[in-house]
Design a protein. Structure first.
Length: 268
């Protein structure tokens, strides 16, 4: 077999292109001698530089991901609105105190996720339950009467209640606006006579808002939702740290809580 040859000048053969381009370009000072320029002039410099740039961009992307993760773990309270991709969104570096007791100790009960919402153009906000276990959005008859929206009373739907029994829903109300912060979506609602919350946002809303949830080390929980066009996003507190409905004891409780109702259960 005949040997293969590669045409190289003496200068080209004496210059290590990897060392020259990678080590020298990545340093703050970029200088080339005439010998080096002549040595790399005929080589495929374009591909080598692109390769270096790709590696550099991967580092930047990982940094961006770390920033986004930190943003999701923000401990600011209330509703935070911002434009997606806005240069005005600044993330302040700060130390986060890890309180392990909130997630290492077992609880008998923990507070459910809630959010302040405005529905159907009504002025007053309502505390809504965000319920991943609900396949429908529900509003109470009290909220419905305030809005007086068109309603379908002959929808034929029923809802399961205790002991696997079913109960008729009062009516079906389509296309009701739901606003949390600056993110507003239209949703269909069923109206129910007896409701533990004035508004229950189930899977239809969670999916429509592409809701993401995050539980922090201090026991608080946050959610992030996005508008349907993707231009607006809201991050808001759903469960505050040390919520008064969190219970890590069964009987050894303060005397003031005896017989007190909380959510769907009553203290013994």
């Amino acid at each position: 077999m005949l040997p293969s040859y590669k045409l190289l000048s003496d200068i080209e053969n004496s210059i290590d292109i990897d060392k020259v381009l990678e080590e020298r370009i990545l340093d703050s000072e970029v200088k080339f001698s005439l010998r080096e320029v002549l040595g790399i002039a005929k080589r495929d410099i374009h591909d080598k530089i692109i390769e270096i740039i790709k590696r550099k961009r991967q580092v930047v992307d990982e940094t961006k991901k770390s920033r986004e993760k930190f943003d999701e773990e923000s401990t600011s309270h209330g509703v935070e609105c911002y434009s997606v991709g806005s240069q005005n969104l600044e993330i302040m570096d700060r130390d986060l105190e890890i309180v392990k007791s909130h997630f290492t100790r077992k609880h008998w009960a923990r507070a459910t996720t809630e959010a302040p919402v405005k529905v159907g153009g009504l002025h007053d906000p309502y505390v809504a339950l965000i319920d991943q276990g609900s396949e429908i959005n529900i509003m109470s008859t009290e909220v419905y009467k305030k809005g007086a929206w068109p309603i379908d009373r002959n929808h034929g739907w029923r809802v399961k209640v205790a002991a696997s029994t079913t109960k008729e829903l009062f009516g079906a109300v389509p296309n009701i606006s739901v606003a949390i912060g600056d993110v507003e979506l239209e949703q269909h609602f069923f109206v129910q006579d007896e409701c533990t919350y004035p508004i229950i946002l189930g899977e239809p809303y969670i999916t429509g808002a592409r809701m993401e949830t995050k539980v922090l080390d201090d026991g608080s929980a946050y959610a992030r939702i996005r508008s349907q066009d993707g231009k607006r996003a809201v991050q808001f507190l759903t469960v505050r740290a040390n919520h008064d409905r969190n219970r890590d004891y069964l009987r050894n409780h303060p005397a003031s809580t005896v017989g007190k109702e909380s959510g769907d259960w009553v203290f013994p």
